[in-house]
Design a protein around this ligand. Structure first.
Ligand SMILES: [Zn+2]
Length: 253
């Protein structure tokens, strides 16, 4: 099971994987029946979560909605620390994660728009280097696990800043290697094997180091690197299987 998951993750882009694996996982969920862990996104409980990742992590993937550790954390963060579920907001969700889609689409307080350059899950086909919306349009932008793929992260971040309203906020997550002081990148490398070796995945063009927040700030956004998860009680971290190393990058225009 673990090696099958590792193989699929390595060679099938996540957005397609999400689409096809959905029904298979629902059947798997029957074997994970229990009440030891809960998913805050879909409000289901299980004996444990499924293993997931290139080097499969135990207790990671919700068999029902496909939320991973970082998605569960972001969901709780939105609930506890932001106005996302309470205020009338216009939201742009770039490269939308399948676990959030149904949930966010149903929220009546949101004018919710999804966009991506190729994902079949998104409604608006768009290049993040040139977001097809006027400046000061959105109260909220989500853009997770995108910046490590794009030609120019600076241009993409400037675009997010441009379409945000003054006082608007964004969550912009990427894989960050905190043991590396500085980000490395080379968009001229196109060989998937070399990209994987240098940047950790076959379709990554950069690998972020501990300077990630500073790179976000180059766009003019104000960035709070929030390690909120570390302030949560142990039983909550365990109950929702949250990633203790995940910092939330809360950005404001
Ligand atoms: Zn779930």
């Amino acid at each position: 099971m673990k090696s099958l998951i590792s193989f699929a993750i390595r060679y099938i882009p996540r957005k397609y994987l999400q689409l096809f694996s959905h029904y298979l996982l629902r059947i798997t969920a029957l074997f994970y029946k229990g009440d030891q862990v809960s998913c805050p996104v879909c409000e289901s409980t299980f004996r444990k979560f499924l293993p997931y990742g290139r080097k499969a992590r135990e207790n990671a993937l919700c068999p029902n909605c496909l939320a991973l550790e970082r998605h569960r954390l972001m969901y709780l963060y939105l609930k506890e620390k932001t106005n996302f579920f309470t205020d009338q907001l216009k939201v742009l969700h770039v490269a939308p994660e399948i676990c959030f889609l149904d949930k966010f689409e149903k929220l009546t307080n949101l004018d919710y728009i999804t966009g991506d350059i190729e994902s079949p899950l998104a409604k608006v086909k768009m290049d993040i280097h040139q977001i097809p919306f006027e400046e000061n349009t959105f109260d909220v932008v989500f853009c997770n696990h995108v910046m490590e793929h794009v030609e120019s992260d600076l241009k993409s971040l400037q675009e997010i800043s441009r379409v945000l309203k003054p006082n608007g906020w964004a969550i912009i997550q990427s894989p960050v290697y905190y043991d590396m002081a500085e980000t490395i990148e080379d968009t001229s490398i196109t060989d998937p094997a070399l990209r994987e070796k240098l940047f950790g995945q076959r379709d990554h063009v950069r690998k972020y180091g501990a300077d990630y927040a500073d790179r976000l700030r180059l766009s003019g956004l104000k960035v709070t690197a929030d390690d909120w998860v570390k302030t949560l009680p142990k039983d909550i971290v365990h109950r929702y299987a949250l990633p203790l190393s995940e910092v939330i990058y809360y950005c404001q225009k």
